[in-house]
Design a protein around this ligand. Structure first.
Ligand code: SF4
Length: 385
């Protein structure tokens, strides 16, 4: 079928190129990306021009990039209205990303495929509203807001509705009031359930495109609630669910609540078939970051072969912390710079960023997180499409 519009033609070229590149066929991929570059430049489409240039630079194994970042994950502030015992931002003080850095990030909007906003609680950042208003001018940008949900109001929803593609990601660990209170001090199950109802009602009335996803941290105390949480997601129109384990956090809580896959296996082996069936029937996609990969992954770790990483994060994205420190992805252990002292353009091609790209090309993963090296992070997190 012939694409009907310029936008469809660009998208089709891009997808054909990615498919060829992903199957290792650079001979087919390269001319497709050059054609995409030429068509997008002719149409003045900065976003697709940048995608094409970035793909060509990845095929070439370039260390210094002329393309701009395609993705950003931004922790806007470490401040929060809640005090969850497993929060990463807990160790980050109460810093906000400086307003001048926020202004510089807006300069990347014409190129971005995807942005994730998070905190702390991102809604507390004084620039957040302005960032969303500006992002609405860039129709190619997909956005996710990871939020505890308590600030969400009709006014915020109206702002999100102005953007092209917006996803709200809410945390649900327990629907039992007492346990919810223990995991999410400062909130309550009743408050969160009320916000979910408000969002569902808003979507029906005003903006069915707004999507809703759920993050569930599986722990000792809550993992048996998973089937009930899945029912709640299905009843309330969620379209995606992410299952994760507990990351290292405050000692006492971690000791009490950390659940390994081995400990949960017997229970999960019993319920996961029906959980998956229910999710599929309800049109909810699942990212299971809790269970180890079932089959040998393309990245090679799960079957005992020598682990290698096949990660394009250093060519594609920036992960920005509220104190300005910046990495390629949340799993990276080393910062490549700090946006308080470098502009995004300088940082993108500084010596550390280029050294990380070089180490990826040489198959050296000594700088990388064990989870990446062992193939416990899905490949698609390393490759933006
Ligand atoms: S730590 Fe993971 S995400 Fe970061 S560069 Fe290494 S493999 Fe990629």
């Amino acid at each position: 079928m012939r694409p009907e519009t310029d936008a469809q033609m660009l998208r089709a070229l891009y997808m054909q190129g990615v498919q060829a590149a992903e199957s290792g066929d650079a001979v087919t991929a390269r001319p497709l990306f050059y054609r995409l570059l030429s068509e997008a430049s002719r149409l003045g489409d900065l976003h697709h021009s940048n995608l094409a240039l970035n793909e060509i630079e990845m095929l070439d194994g370039a260390l210094r990039l002329y393309s701009k970042p395609r993705g950003m994950h931004v922790m806007l502030t470490a401040r929060c209205n809640m005090a969850c015992p497993f929060c990463y931002a807990e160790h980050m003080g109460d810093e906000d990303l400086p307003p001048e850095v926020c202004r510089e990030l807006k300069g990347l909007f014409p190129y971005l495929q995807r942005v994730v906003w998070q905190g702390g609680e991102a809604c507390l950042h004084p620039e957040f509203e302005d960032l969303i208003k500006e992002s609405a001018k860039h129709r190619h940008m997909g956005q996710t807001l990871v939020t505890n949900g308590l600030f969400l109001s009709e006014r915020w929803m109206d702002l999100f509705a102005e953007t092209a593609k917006f996803d709200l990601m809410l945390p649900v660990e327990s629907m039992r009031p007492e346990l919810h209170g223990r995991y999410r001090p400062g909130s309550s199950w009743a408050k969160l359930a009320e916000k979910v109802r408000m969002i569902s009602e808003y979507r029906e009335r005003r903006n069915p495109k707004l999507s809703l996803s759920m993050n569930v941290v599986l722990m000792k105390g809550n993992h048996r609630e998973l089937p009930a949480i899945v029912d709640f997601a299905a009843e309330n129109g969620f379209s995606a669910m992410v299952l994760t384990g507990l990351y290292q956090c405050s000692d006492g809580f971690y000791r009490q609540e950390h659940l390994s896959f081995a400990e949960a296996r017997e229970y999960l082996d019993g319920v996961m078939p029906s959980v998956r069936a229910k999710l599929e029937k309800s049109g909810i996609s699942l990212q299971d970051r809790f269970s180890p990969p079932a089959a040998p992954s393309a990245d090679g770790a799960a079957d005992g072969r020598k682990p290698t990483v096949r990660c394009r994060a250093p060519w594609q994205q920036l992960y920005i912390l509220s104190d300005g420190r910046t990495r390629s992805y949340c799993y990276c252990q080393e910062d490549i710079g700090n946006l308080k002292s470098e502009t995004p353009e300088l940082l993108w091609n500084n010596a550390r960023a280029m050294a990380l790209r070089k180490s990826m090309l040489e198959g050296r993963s000594s700088r990388c997180h064990q989870a990446c090296v062992e193939g416990r992070v899905e490949s698609y997190n390393f490759r933006m499409i």
